[in-house]
Design a protein around this ligand. Structure first.
Ligand SMILES: Nc1ncnc2c1ncn2[C@@H]1O[C@H](COP(=O)(O)OP(=O)(O)OP(=O)(O)O)[C@@H](O)[C@H]1O
Ligand SMILES: [Mg+2]
Length: 503
């Protein structure tokens, strides 16, 4: 790897009303390196990228140098044309267009005044082959999983002869195998001289793939490090801005393991089935219990959650709630019975971007109370403040418009909404995705304290570590089938992985 810089950022600042998102930040990307950009939610990572790619304006002063020349893009399109391509966590493609059309969106090759479909399909196929993806390119994008859609946006970014590829949390919805697949492509591209900026909250991924790491905190540069000489605890301490000692002292120990007498079964599901979605399963959920659903992407975890909450309808099976037959035939019915559901796709299914942080947080509680029992402004403020503190939501005030928060902080708002609604039964689908290491631990603590107070919780996560820390019982799914239930000593990384793999 060369030490020649391809991108140099000097004293870059960026301000929003009430927020200094970046303050005099320096950053250097070398040619042919993979550079991790790390920091807590709201640290300024995405803002840095958005300034470089022309989505945001920098404050006066400071400069961006691309291949030694002063660089200023006025739009992401312009940045892309100059060779800087970005892939974000949110997939911003068009679901009902075909895969091939999406790869060439806005830049279809034209021949004799007509869109050249043959060329599009051939080039799309080559682009996806590079990523080892073999799918029908003529099908609509929406017919594929989020992971495949993410790969398609990466293929799109790579088709334009990029010199710099920026991945802003692009791996957050990929499973382990897909991440590996992407990493091998990244290594290959790196060997061909591509420079990559990689943003993630997964510490393991950063150590596996990056050459160097830059850490931001509160919009300021903390430092630039060689990955191989930076111990993990030190990286985390740098990100959180805590002394190493303090951090290690506070490092939460294993949270589970409180031996409890078996609780009363709250929800009892028998032979529930929906063809093509999930095979017949039984499930008991107890009061005060955190029950985990483990399995790979597409194994049926979210499908179970949707059935339990009445979003999808089962073809057969029955449900007992507190021992009485009930049919949760719609989300409305679920909410009437005091169920809550924090969905996986929070940005599209949960957040109302134009509402303030406070309004978003109290939404579910207000809905539950009904329009005639309006929460007083004071009560709203108390609840919002409590969760802003508890989940460390970075915002100038509770009255900030939610869409102005960083990605991870928007997610915290939705998690806060469901925690605040105080349901009897709460389904959390990937509640800590995109959330930084510090707050992740806070959320896990909150989940456990709610369960201690009697809430029944169904917890879905792709990160086994957090499942192990939080769950008293884990149901394992594979190929849309519930194949096992683990308790006690079986709640162990190796056992879970083996069960997922072999049944
Ligand atoms: N359009 C905007 N208006 C107002 N404030 C903004 C805007 N965009 C970003 N900010 C603020 O700038 C700060 C940095 O946000 P940024 O999105 O860069 O964080 P991040 O490091 O990418 O965090 P995350 O890990 O959550 O994605 C945050 O405090 C955020 O609220
Ligand atoms: Mg971000």
């Amino acid at each position: 790897m060369s030490t020649v810089p391809i991108l140099k950022i000097e004293k870059l600042s960026n301000s929003f009303p009430g927020v200094k998102a970046l303050a005099d930040v320096n950053f250097t990307l070398r040619k042919g390196e993979i550079h991790g950009l790390m920091g807590e939610n709201g640290a300024g990572k995405s803002t840095l990228i958005k300034v470089v790619t022309g989505l945001y304006r920098k404050d006066t002063g400071g400069g961006i140098f691309f291949e030694d020349k002063l660089f200023e893009a006025h739009s992401p399109m312009e940045a892309t044309k100059s060779g800087i391509s970005t892939v974000y966590q949110e997939i911003n493609l068009i679901p009902n267009l075909s895969v091939a059309e999406n790869i060439f969106l806005g830049r279809q090759p034209i021949r004799r005044g007509m869109i050249d479909w043959k060329e599009i399909n051939a080039r799309a196929e080559t682009a996806l082959k590079k990523l080892d993806i073999h799918i029908d390119l003529t099908k609509p994008l929406s017919s594929y999983s989020i992971a495949i859609q993410q790969m398609v946006s990466i293929a799109r970014a790579l088709d334009i002869s990029a010199k710099i590829l920026i991945l802003d949390e692009a791996t957050s919805s990929l499973d382990a195998a897909e991440v590996e697949q992407l990493f091998s492509v990244m290594r290959k591209l790196k060997s061909e001289g591509l420079s990559i900026i990689f943003i993630t909250h997964f510490i393991n991924q950063i150590y596996e793939i990056s050459d160097r790491i830059t850490v931001l905190r509160n919009g300021k540069l903390v430092g630039e490090y060689e990955t191989s000489t930076l111990p993990r605890v030190e990286l985390i301490a740098r990100m959180l801005g805590k002394e190493l000692v303090e951090f290690q002292y506070k490092a939460p120990e294993r949270l589970r393991g409180e031996k409890k007498s078996p609780n009363k079964v709250f929800l009892q599901v028998r032979s529930m089935e929906r063809r093509g979605s999930i095979s017949a399963f039984d499930l008991d959920i107890c009061k005060g219990e955190v029950l985990g659903l483990a399995g790979l992407l597409g194994s049926g975890r979210t499908e179970i959650a949707r059935l339990l909450f009445g979003i999808d309808k089962p073809e057969r099976g029955n449900t007992l709630l507190d021992g009485k037959r009930i049919s949760i035939s719609s989300p409305k019915k679920a909410i009437e019975n005091n169920f809550g559901f924090c969905p996986e796709n929070r940005i599209s299914e949960g957040i109302i971007p134009e509402l303030t942080v406070r309004e978003n947080i109290i939404l579910a509680l207000q809905a539950k109370n009904g329009v005639f029992k309006y929460l007083s402004r004071k009560r709203q403020e108390e609840i919002a403040d409590r969760y802003i503190k508890a989940l460390n939501i970075i915002t100038p005030t509770a009255d900030q418009i939610t869409k102005n928060l960083s990605g991870g902080n928007q997610q915290k708002v939705i998690v806060a909404r469901w925690l605040a609604s105080n349901p009897r039964f709460l389904i959390l689908d990937e509640p800590t995705r995109g959330i930084d290491v510090g707050t992740k631990a806070e959320i896990q603590q909150l989940i456990l304290s709610l369960s201690r107070k009697g809430m029944a919780i169904l917890f879905i996560s792709s990160e086994l570590e957090e499942m192990i820390r939080c769950c008293q019982r884990i149901a394992v799914l594979r190929d849309r089938c519930k194949i096992a239930e683990l308790t006690g000593k079986q709640i162990d990384q190796k056992v879970i992985m083996r069960t997922i793999a072999e049944g």
